[in-house]
Design a protein around this ligand. Structure first.
Ligand code: 5RP
Length: 254
C-alpha cells in the first residue's frame, strides 16, 4: 500500500476488517474521508491480488478519482441500481449506531448510497465513539438559493428544540464557501449535544432549502472500530450493542 502520509493503524485495522467482508461479484458503495480512503486502497489491493470482479459506486468525486487511480472501475449508482454493501467512515457513532457524517462534505451522496444498500458498514477509530451525538458540528447541506433564509429557518428550528443559542456557521475552504459535489453550500451546526436526534432530523428535513443533514439514524448495520494494536471491535445493530463494551472502547462511563 503506498500513501504519502503515515497510515493511522486504528483506521487501517477497521478498513481491513471491512474489506475482508467483500466477496467476488459484490456491488459496493465506497465512502468518503480518510478512513474510507484507506479502505479503498485495501480494496484495490484485493482486486489486484485476487482478481475480484466488483461493481462500485462512489460517494464523492474524490473517492471516485482515488478508486479509478488504483484500478477500481466506478459506475454511477443508477447504472448499478442496488448495492450489497456500503463501507463508509463517520464523524460520530453513538450506542444505537446513529451517526453524524459529513465532515468531508459528502453526506448527501453518502446518504443516498447508503440508503440504496442492503448493508451499511461504518469503519471508525475509537475517537469517533460517543455517548451522545453532537460534539462534532452537524453538517447540513443547503441550496445556494435563499441561503440566508434557510439559515434563519434552521436557527428557528433550533430555538424550538432549546438549541437556539448554538452557532450556525457556513463552512469555508480557503476563505471561500465550501461547495459540495452537488453545487450546494454547507452549514455546520455547533450544537455541543443533540438531546433528541430524531426530532432534530425531522425539523431540519422540513426546511425547504435544506438538501440533507448529516444525521444518519437507523442506517448503520455494522460498526467496526479499529484499534491502534490492529484489533477490531464489531458492533452489530441486529445483535444489539453492549453499551459497556462501547463505553470501554471510548473511555466514557455508561
Ligand atoms: C465525509 C464523511 C466521513 O466519512 C467522515 O467525515 C469521517 O472522515 P474521516 O474518516 O476522515 O475521519 O462523512 O462526508
Amino acid at each position: 500500500m503506498s500513501q504519502s502520509s503515515p497510515v493511522d493503524p486504528a483506521k487501517l485495522a477497521a478498513a481491513r476488517a471491512a474489506v475482508a467482508l467483500v466477496r467476488d461479484g459484490m456491488k459496493l458503495g465506497l465512502g468518503t474521508g480518510s478512513t474510507a480512503s484507506i479502505m479503498v486502497r485495501e480494496l484495490a489491493a484485493r482486486v489486484r491480488d485476487e482478481g475480484l470482479s466488483l461493481r462500485c459506486a462512489a460517494t464523492s468525486q474524490a473517492t471516485a478519482d482515488l478508486a479509478e487511480s488504483l484500478g477500481i472501475r466506478i459506475a454511477t449508482l443508477d447504472q448499478i441500481g442496488w448495492l450489497d454493501m456500503t463501507i463508509d467512515g463517520a464523524d460520530e457513532v453513538d450506542p444505537d449506531l446513529h451517526l453524524i457524517k459529513g465532515g468531508g462534505g459528502a453526506h448527501l451522496r453518502e446518504k443516498i448510497v447508503a440508503a440504496a444498500s442492503d448493508r451499511m458498514v461504518v469503519i471508525a477509530d475509537p475517537g469517533k465513539v460517543v455517548e451522545q451525538l453532537g460534539a462534532f458540528p452537524l453538517p447540513v447541506e443547503v441550496l445556494q438559493f435563499g441561503f440566508e433564509t434557510t439559515r434563519t429557518l434552521i436557527r428557528r428550528a433550533l430555538e424550538g428544540l432549546d438549541l437556539g443559542d448554538r452557532a450556525v456557521m457556513q463552512r469555508l475552504r480557503g476563505g471561500d464557501p465550501w461547495i459540495t459535489d452537488e453545487g450546494n453550500f454547507i452549514l455546520d451546526l455547533h450544537l455541543e449535544v443533540i438531546p433528541d436526534a430524531p426530532a432534530l432530523a425531522r425539523a431540519l428535513s422540513a426546511i425547504p432549502g435544506v438538501v440533507e443533514h448529516g444525521l444518519f439514524l437507523g442506517m448503520c448495520d455494522l460498526t467496526i472500530i479499529g484499534k491502534a494494536d490492529g484489533s477490531v471491535v464489531e458492533l452489530d445493530r441486529e445483535e444489539g450493542v453492549d453499551a459497556d463494551l462501547l463505553a470501554g472502547e471510548r473511555g466514557w462511563q455508561s
